[in-house]
Ligand binder design. Structure first.
Ligand code: DGJ
Length: 743
């Protein structure tokens, strides 16, 4: 024994001074302040998130789901057996300490170490507009890193918006390697993950899978068009392998970020699931100087005890009130010039389109791509992007003339821009090659013949803001801007950032938001559509600034049944631009009846995108009728509660309805997507969301003879919800829209 002690003493003397110094960095030298064991309850009307502060200061998540009464009941819960494996259930797990799972936070310190251990320092609860904010302070006592977990609980909408604030409280710079917005610990036996994948003209395709005991990652590394592959959102059906609209527990989430993102789902050996969501760490280590702060984007959560339908409605209600710019307001119907004219138009073409739009009862005309560029005229997608002056050969009278003409016809006027991009064939590319995203010595790849401008550069941000600003000056009353973004970032790099390339992806998205913020300060009223080759930028980050999205470049009504269904799981119908186009459809080649196309487009923000002159007289008359009736019920589409009655993925039909908050009115959309030779009459749909005891008059729209025997008569909500409603949809592409009014 004595010999060992002597040996140890000898060895200690031999240890270099530095190593002995390092030994001081332990909890013995930095004792953790004792904190009071306490429970923090973050509550909405129908949900509760319960966190526990342990005596040693660790913060754990105990519950997210239905309310349990006073959260303090958890105080005496024995949690000692739960972390035998090391730090299970940490609310914001960091790389380091006993934690060995997928971290929300991973920091590299100046001394090269990667260990962070976060302990509670205190919390505050304050009231915001419509929400209660709980801000919980955590700290790594060795490095001084400070973390604040912020939870905004929107009581009425049952939505919790979480984000994290990171401050380097140490004296040396650190590098954030992974810095998620939030981490959510769930406790169930099974998790059915529903998420969205896609590609161009194939947006928001819904996919479900039962999660296994491994790490499931959904990520985008596309930079721009971040959501055209996967969307930063999901639904988790708990304790089931079946997706249900109407029953069971569902947690839904959506990240408000338009750049690279990462959603991780890690199921542990006790079947618990840690969901981590935030900016993708891919090539994005973020340096924090001493005293500097980084705010993550917001992550939205909602919980439903009544299936996916309620989860969607919670998100929609929140979005209309807080998450979408101008959300809930009714936006105008429109004719967009793209599929009707593409690049081939003159002033005359556009005036005639406006005449026709007005004659059909539409409310806005939107001039899409092709109106700009002189030295490099925009007569195709190979030239002109970047040179945002009016093409005088095509439009010698200018934009003002067009806008005035539109206004004289009682039409609003909108115009297309794609300000983040530049064609190599442009004056801009010649004058500012240093503004192009590029990596020294490497090819600058083109997509759709274009390059991306480097929005991490403040000079480029000014330029992009200037494009918007100047476009708004082209005519006194521009009502609508369609902001497009038609390619991903490849071979990324910023001449502006020099050796700080790690910042690029995050700084690009921050730059985009800087521009959007300036635009909204100056132009609060203009309607903005967020388009990115269709749905390449459908997220709650861009929707803070934009009124709507171009849901997909695929305008085929059959494809739209799936695209709009997927979109509706997370995003409200008020943002879903949906246009009636020509047949054969320009993307799919599919030929569908005009009525089917209208009935599909009327489930979102209705528009048309074709050459009206090509429509025969009877089709124009039908268009006039459909647009007219849409205007009567569209407040329900923009502001009502959505109930999905029949998923297009579940068989031959698809059906959905919107119900006013007071349940006095509703509109029901029904479609046949595959021919089903039925031996019985109509297809029974069980309506939802009505008042069972009220009586509703049901009227089919836009037909002389209804496909339902009950059209024109009144029925109780109970009758309609329990099996009495069975319209005949006998043929492929049969469709019908019904308006319900309480007597
Ligand atoms: C892609 C968009 O999604 C289309 O709607 C159209 O605006 C084209 N770009 C124009 O180039």
């Amino acid at each position: 024994m004595k010999r060992i002690t002597l040996l140890t003493a000898l060895l200690l003397c031999l240890l270099p001074l530095q190593a002995r110094k390092e030994k001081k960095f332990t909890h013995e030298t930095f004792p953790l302040p004792k904190v009071e064991r306490q429970v923090i309850g973050i509550e909405t009307e129908n949900t509760a998130l319960v966190l526990l502060v342990q005596e040693n200061g660790e913060l754990n998540t105990l519950h997210y789901g239905a309310p349990l009464g006073a959260a303090a009941q958890f105080l005496s819960k024995d949690t000692s057996s739960e972390d035998y494996n090391g730090a299970r259930g940490l609310t914001y797990p960091a790389t380091g300490g006993r934690f060995t799972g997928d971290p929300a936070l991973h920091v590299k310190y100046a001394d090269g170490s990667h260990n962070t251990e976060l302990y509670y320092t205190g919390h505050t609860v304050t009231a915001g507009e419509g929400f209660t904010r709980t801000a919980i302070g955590l700290k790594d006592y060795v490095t001084g890193l400070e973390v604040t977990l912020v939870y905004d609980a929107y009581a009425k909408e049952d939505v919790i918006v979480a984000h994290t604030s990171l401050v380097n409280g140490g004296k040396k710079p650190v590098e954030l390697l992974n810095y998620a917005s939030s981490s959510l610990y769930l406790d169930a036996d099974e998790y059915l993950l529903t998420h969205f994948h896609g590609s161009w003209a194939y947006d928001m395709q819904t996919e479900s899978e039962v999660l296994g005991h491994d790490l499931k990652v959904i990520e985008s590394r596309r930079g721009t068009q971040a959501t055209q592959g996967n969307n930063p959102s999901f639904l988790l059906s708990l304790n089931t392998r079946e997706f249900s609209e109407t029953s069971g527990e569902v947690v839904a989430g959506a990240l408000a970020w338009s750049g690279n993102f990462r959603l991780c789902f890690e199921k542990d050996d006790a079947h618990r699931l840690n969901v981590t969501a935030g900016i993708s760490p891919f090539a994005s280590a973020w340096p924090l100087e001493a005293g500097e702060r980084f705010e993550t984007p917001e992550m939205l959560y909602t919980y439903s005890a009544e299936g996916a339908g309620k989860a969607s409605r919670n998100l929609h209600r929140w979005a209309r009130k807080y998450g979408v710019y101008g959300g809930g307001a009714v936006n105008p119907t429109l004719l967009n010039s793209w599929e009707g004219a593409y690049f081939n138009f003159t002033t005359e073409t556009l005036l005639r389109m406006m005449d026709d739009a007005a004659a059909m009862g539409l409310e806005m005309f939107v001039l899409d791509d092709g109106w700009f560029g002189n030295e490099f005229p925009r007569n195709g997608d190979n030239a002109g992007l970047g040179d945002w002056e009016v093409n005088t050969a095509k439009l010698p009278e200018g934009i003002d003339y067009l806008a005035q003409y539109a206004h004289s016809k009682d039409l609003k006027f909108g115009i297309w821009i794609e300000p983040e991009m530049v064609n190599p064939a442009s004056v801009l590319a010649r004058e500012h090659p240093e503004w192009v995203v590029q990596s020294p010595g490497r090819e600058i790849y083109q997509g759709r013949n274009q390059w991306v401008l480097d929005l991490s550069n403040p000079a480029v941000q000014d330029f992009v803001f200037g494009i918007f600003d100047r476009t708004m000056q082209l005519a006194p009353n521009i009502d609508y801007i369609k902001w497009d973004c038609n390619r991903v970032i490849q071979s990324f790099g910023s001449p502006y950032l020099g050796v700080r390339q790690d910042r690029f992806y995050v700084a690009y998205c921050q730059g985009l938001y800087n521009v959007m913020r300036r635009i909204r300060e100056q132009y609060p009223k203009v309607l903005i559509q967020c388009c990115s080759s269709g749905g390449g930028r459908i997220d709650y980050g861009s929707l803070r600034y934009c009124n709507e999205v171009w849901t997909s470049d695929n305008t085929d009504a059959l494809s739209r049944a799936y695209i709009q269904y997927g979109t509706s799981l997370i995003y409200p119908a008020c943002v879903m631009a949906s246009h009636v186009s020509a047949v054969p459809n320009h993307q799919s080649g599919n030929v569908t009846p005009l009525k089917f196309r209208f009935d599909m487009a009327c489930a979102g923000r209705l528009g048309m995108e074709l050459q009206p002159r090509d429509l025969p007289a009877d089709e124009r008359a039908l268009a006039l009728r459909c647009i007219g009736s849409y205007k009567e019920y569209r407040d329900l589409v923009f502001g009502g509660d959505l109930y999905r009655l029949f998923s297009p993925y579940d068989g031959s039909y698809s059906a959905l309805m919107y119900v006013s908050e007071d349940k006095s009115r509703a509109v029901v959309f029904t479609y046949c997507l595959h021919y089903e030779p039925r031996t019985v009459g109509g297809k029974t749909f069980r309506l939802q969301g009505l008042d069972p005891s009220r009586s509703y008059r049901v009227v089919e729209q836009n037909v002389d003879k209804s496909c339902w025997w009950g059209s024109g008569a009144s029925f109780s909500g109970a009758f309609l919800m329990n099996g009495g409603f069975n319209p005949l949809l006998p043929r492929l592409y049969s469709s019908a829209v019904f308006v319900l009014e309480a007597d």
